[in-house]
Design a protein around this ligand. Structure first.
Ligand SMILES: [Zn+2]
Length: 119
């Protein structure tokens, strides 16, 4: 039998990333630092047979994220994604914001959290 690198979709890595980051990463949308593709984490290509987990862009194969677990630590490398857009649950208000039914002003109270390596 031939040995080949096969990938699965982002859902396969959801458990490991959720354990470290504390939220369901399949709801996040990532911007690839390689090609600028904006797409759901769930659509990314996951290689989990290497030591650790490698998440790659389905558009250009750029590494979006890496997660390696040792017996005592977790190493997380997110620099391959320019940004992560994470929808907050609608029932939860962002810290420091008064409860509202909709959030419209960017930079004030939004329903999107952005983690970016470029800001
Ligand atoms: Zn890409």
């Amino acid at each position: 039998m031939m040995t080949e690198l096969t990938h699965v979709d982002g859902n396969a890595a959801a458990g490991a990333f959720a354990e470290v980051l504390g939220f369901d990463v399949t709801t996040a949308t990532l911007t690839c630092a390689g090609c600028g593709r904006f797409g759901p984490f769930a659509e990314s290509h996951v290689y989990h047979r290497a030591p650790g987990i490698v998440v790659r862009c389905p558009g250009c194969d750029h590494v979006l994220a890496r997660l390696v677990q040792t017996p005592t630590d977790v190493w997380l490398d997110l620099r391959g994604a320019q940004s992560w857009h994470i929808p907050f649950p609608s029932t939860r208000s962002p810290v420091g914001c008064a409860p509202q039914t909709s959030w419209t002003r960017w930079g004030d109270c939004t329903n999107i959290a952005v983690i970016s390596s470029t800001w």
